[in-house]
Design a protein around this ligand. Structure first.
Ligand SMILES: Nc1nc2c(ncn2[C@@H]2O[C@H](COP(=O)(O)OP(=O)(O)OP(=O)(O)O)[C@@H](O)[C@H]2O)c(=O)[nH]1
Ligand SMILES: Nc1nc2c(ncn2[C@@H]2O[C@H](COP(=O)(O)OP(=O)(O)OP(=O)(O)O)[C@@H](O)[C@H]2O)c(=O)[nH]1
Ligand SMILES: [Mg+2]
Ligand SMILES: [Mg+2]
Ligand SMILES: [Zn+2]
Ligand SMILES: [Zn+2]
Lengths: 212, 212
């Protein structure tokens, strides 16, 4: 709890910085391979004002793969390789921010380490926390990973293009999400087909207006 | 490290117990929703001698869902709900073993908490550690989650039935697995179609012979 108090100090510092720069900051949490990087890539590609207005801080145990993917669509991406830490903490984000020119950005996405457990406990200073769940993972995941889903402001159902192929039970998934995160805004989308992407981007633009 | 030394004491105790009972013990690690429970269900259903010879210890943050699924195919399943712990530890497994009649079992599967990071560091006393990777998660996951894959005795590619639908690059995935786990035995299977299940079960039966 002492460590969490320390984390929260850095989180508030980050939050203040984002607000001072009129920057909408998101924290993306999900299992490995749910499509976080793919969605951030797509968001940057269609962002009014251009991909270079989208900053990304990506956490992974190893590799620069995600940051490289994001740079190749024109986003400003900084990779944090944690070695063994299974989640990002606010002090890591604070340090990363010092390497970025925040005034040149509209949107900051923090892609957390792929993990539906540990990242949930750490406020990074984000304005909105999005938990992603792909249609391939199983409808009961919101019940089985409560801390993540209970902490969500937004829940994003990803890979909707293969929902039918895997026999996805949408009603059951949405019920479980509503049960764990009754006040969360839910999006259903596919990076592959583009379904739901406009709705998602419009939401981000509206959020950005309201923080400014 | 002191905590890990304590874990390893319990792990060795578990390992000794398994060997004394001629019981093949497996530790299943993967992301949430990669198909651990589904594969254990299927393994139990086709196990020579019957599902009731298969014991399972399942770890989850919350719910009894996985243990219930396993019981409904006739396996002997014990659920550990960890609350917040993001991985199973050897002492939890030791405690669970005290509730099971090990002499009545041939196979013990420990289904770890869905998490490709933290569980890797904890020896539970298993004879074989299997890391599961579904074709939907992305071919670079073995590189991005090194501790899990480097610790694997077995790597199982799951959900092969939808490999084509998601454009799975099998060569790239296998290369990455070989890079991180050169001595691991690799299986490719689908619970949905049954592809590769016989090969997997034959491997288990052979492993069980060799520990007896
Ligand atoms: N069918 C389909 N596949 C998708 C979609 N979005 C992403 N994928 C695939 O899902 C896999 C994982 O995508 P990533 O973007 O790497 O997922 P991630 O959540 O960033 O993974 P980590 O950062 O390792 O936790 C890749 O093979 C993607 O091509 C989608 O909308 N539809
Ligand atoms: N298409 C297809 N889907 C599968 C297969 N195996 C499992 N699934 C589906 O994948 C989803 C997750 O399966 P689970 O068995 O719950 O996965 P898990 O790894 O035990 O999940 P956690 O215990 O929560 O980490 C479910 O919707 C399953 O029906 C398969 O071989 N093919
Ligand atoms: Mg990623
Ligand atoms: Mg399971
Ligand atoms: Zn952690
Ligand atoms: Zn952990």
């Amino acid at each position: 709890t002492r460590l969490l108090a320390k984390n929260d100090q850095f989180a508030q510092q980050n939050r203040d910085r984002f607000q001072a720069c009129g920057l909408l900051a998101l924290n993306f949490l999900s299992s490995p391979g749910s499509g976080k990087t793919a969605l951030i890539e797509q968001t940057a590609k269609v962002w009014g004002g251009g991909a270079e207005r989208v900053g990304v801080i990506v956490g992974d145990l190893a590799t620069e793969n995600d940051a490289q993917r994001l740079r190749s669509v024109g986003a400003i991406a900084l990779q944090i390789t944690t070695g063994s830490a299974c989640h990002l903490e606010a002090d890591m984000v604070a340090h990363a921010l010092s390497h970025l020119d925040l005034d040149s950005l509209d949107l900051m996405v923090i892609e957390n380490v792929g993990n539906l457990v540990c990242p949930a406990a750490y406020d990074l200073g984000e304005a909105r926390r999005a938990v992603l769940l792909s249609v391939t993972e199983g409808e009961d995941k919101p019940l089985k990973y409560p801390t993540a889903f209970q902490s969500a402001d937004v829940v994003i159902l990803t890979k909707m293009d293969i929902a039918q192929a895997v026999g996805f039970d949408r009603t059951s998934a949405i019920d479980n999400i509503r049960h764990m995160a009754p006040r969360a805004t839910v999006f259903e989308l596919s990076v592959r087909t583009g379904e739901g992407i406009d709705t998602w981007v419009q939401y981000l633009q509206a959020q950005r207006q309201s923080i400014n």
